[in-house]
Structure formats: structure tokens, C-alpha cells
Design a protein around this ligand. Structure first.
Ligand code: G
Ligand code: G
Ligand code: MN
Length: 284
């Protein structure tokens, strides 16, 4: 191999190294900025509505964190949540989201609105004593009814050690918080877990919901999940509802709640208040 060829061959490697370097630097810098953003309260919390299919009213919302980075613009949670998990900042971030959600719930309650709100809890936090203790402290200071709070937990949080998961989730249930299994159907939940875990709700993953009105297999999976959940005494939420025919299918299938772009995108607490006050009907 000539020196020139060796150099040409080496080039992509160098570029790759340089890219990696830049990526690592970017991550380190973002992590530092995330620390500051959490401490300064620069993160935003928006809420996506959930429609009760029996009453055709918004009765619940899901809190979703947003980071409007001063230089980089809006950053998606998919990018910075894993980073916060790796850097051990997920506890602080989640407590911040929890506090904001409780404050917004309290403001909605003051306007006489009856609504519950869900906060996403990373798998890592389900077993964290620090998180449980600090969450308890926040809850002790608030006047909102406890049954207005839901924790959304993914299946992966409960798979590794089911009996530990039962105990951990029971701590939250003892505080009056409802537990929802998020992205249901994408993990490896067995019927045993469903029976053992102290759940209140199943959230069927959007990959099954989105085409359920037009795909016979998806329809079957969604319908039988709804029936199974009901027999276990659980409420069912379908996520990722993007059109009216999907909503109609879910209503006929006996689903309890629906969430998705057709019902509403994640939005500010003020807009949620207007939505709750105006009762715009989505009934077909
Ligand atoms: O809107 P969306 O892009 O908000 O959210 C993308 C992902 O980020 C979803 O899987 C959602 O569960 C997750 N997510 C949003 N907010 C939070 C949060 O406060 N905590 C955790 N752990 N995950 C969140
Ligand atoms: O994983 P989790 O269930 O927390 O997911 C919330 C995520 O789902 C957020 O990123 C939110 O923006 C997204 N989402 C909410 N409704 C819809 C929808 O109707 N279609 C799609 N494709 N994504 C949605
Ligand atoms: Mn969720």
C-alpha cells in the first residue's frame, strides 16, 4: 500500500474520531447546561390531554418536559432524558416536573376544574429511595387531592425483579398515586406481572393503536388488551390517536381514555385550562 493510499484510507477514520470527539464534547457541554437548566428552572412542562370516551370530556393530562435551550433551540426529551439518566440528574429533573405538575393541578383545581395529571417516571427512579423520600416530601406540602396524580412507568422498570417492583410501586400507591403502565405491549410483560403489580391503568402503545381502525391484527390486539385489562380491574388508555376513525374504533371497543394528536398536542397549562373550561366535543 502506498503512503497516499494509506492516508486516504486513514482519512475517514480520522474524521470519525473527530466526529466522536465533537459528539462527546457536545454531550459534556449539554450535560453541564442541563444541570444549570434544572437548577434555574429553565425547563418547561407542557400537558397533553386525555379524553374520557364515555363522557367525551378531557379528564386527565400527561406532563411532558421541554427544554428551550437558549442557543440550540427546543430540544426533544428523547435527547436529554437519557442524558439526565446517565448523569444522575433524572431524580432532580423528575422532582422538578412533579412540582410543576402539582402547582398546575392546584391552579386548575382553584378554577373548579376536576382533572388528574400523569408524570413519567424513568425505570431508574422506581427503585430510588432518594426519589421516593423527596417525592413524599413534595406531596406532604401540597393541598391537592392525592388521587389526582398518576405515575407512568414503562414495562422495563418492572421486568428485572418483579417482587422488588411490586414493593416499590406499592410505596407510590400508599401515597394515593395511581400507577399506569406506559407503552404497554412493546416490552415483555407477562400475565403474571399484570396480576402482581399494583397497577391502576394500562396505556396501550401507539404502535398498536395508530392503525387499529384499519388493520385487523392491530384491532384484535387492542380489543383483547382492553378486555384483559378490564377483567383485571384496570383502566385503559390508548395513546397515539391521530384521526377520528381511530377514536370511533376505540370508543366502540370500550376503551376508557384516548390520547393523541387528534385530541390535542402537548400544550401550555393555560391552554389546558381553556380546553377544560370550553368542553369542545369530539364526539362523532
Ligand atoms: O413529547 P414527547 O416528545 O414529549 O416525549 C418523548 C419521550 O420523552 C416520551 O417517551 C416521554 O415519555 C418522555 N418524557 C417526556 N417528559 C418526561 C419526563 O418528565 N420524565 C421522563 N422520564 N420522561 C419524559
Ligand atoms: O412514551 P410516552 O407515552 O410518554 O410518549 C409520549 C410521546 O408520544 C411524546 O413524544 C408525544 O409527543 C408523543 N405523541 C403523543 N401523541 C401522539 C400521536 O398522536 N402520534 C404520535 N406519533 N406521537 C404522539
Ligand atoms: Mn408516557
Amino acid at each position: 500500500m502506498s503512503a497516499a493510499t494509506a492516508l486516504r484510507n486513514a482519512e475517514p477514520w480520522h474524521i470519525h474520531l473527530a466526529d466522536e470527539q465533537t459528539e462527546v464534547e457536545r454531550q459534556i457541554s449539554l450535560m453541564g447546561e442541563l444541570d444549570v437548566a434544572i437548577d434555574l428552572g429553565e425547563l418547561e412542562v407542557v400537558y397533553q390531554p386525555k379524553l374520557d370516551l364515555k363522557t367525551d370530556r378531557i379528564t386527565s393530562v400527561e406532563a411532558l418536559v421541554r427544554w428551550n435551550h437558549p442557543q440550540r433551540g427546543p430540544l426533544r426529551p428523547d435527547l436529554f432524558i437519557p442524558m439526565a439518566e446517565d448523569a444522575n440528574r433524572i431524580c432532580d429533573l423528575t422532582l422538578y416536573v412533579l412540582q410543576r405538575t402539582i402547582d398546575d393541578l392546584a391552579a386548575w383545581c382553584q378554577h373548579g376544574l376536576v382533572v388528574s395529571a400523569a408524570v413519567n417516571i424513568s425505570a431508574k427512579l422506581v427503585y430510588s429511595n432518594e426519589f421516593i423520600d423527596k417525592a413524599k416530601r413534595i406531596l406532604a406540602e401540597t393541598g391537592i387531592p392525592r388521587n389526582r396524580l398518576i405515575f407512568e412507568v414503562t414495562e422495563s422498570a418492572t421486568i428485572d425483579d418483579p417482587s422488588a417492583a411490586v414493593a416499590a410501586l406499592q410505596h407510590f400507591r400508599d401515597l394515593g398515586i395511581a400507577i399506569s403502565m406506559d407503552d404497554y405491549g412493546t416490552g415483555q410483560s407477562t400475565l403474571t406481572y399484570l396480576k402482581q403489580l399494583p397497577l391502576s391503568e394500562l396505556k396501550i402503545d401507539r404502535s398498536f393503536v395508530q392503525h387499529a381502525h384499519e388493520d385487523a391484527n392491530d384491532a384484535l390486539l387492542v380489543q383483547s388488551t382492553i378486555d384483559l385489562a378490564h377483567r383485571l380491574g384496570l383502566r385503559v388508555v390508548a395513546e397515539g390517536v391521530e384521526d377520528r376513525s381511530c377514536l370511533t374504533f376505540l370508543r366502540e371497543a370500550g376503551c376508557d381514555l384516548a390520547q393523541g394528536y387528534f385530541i390535542g398536542r402537548p400544550t401550555s397549562p393555560e391552554e389546558i385550562r381553556e380546553m377544560l373550561t370550553s368542553h369542545t366535543s369530539l364526539a362523532a
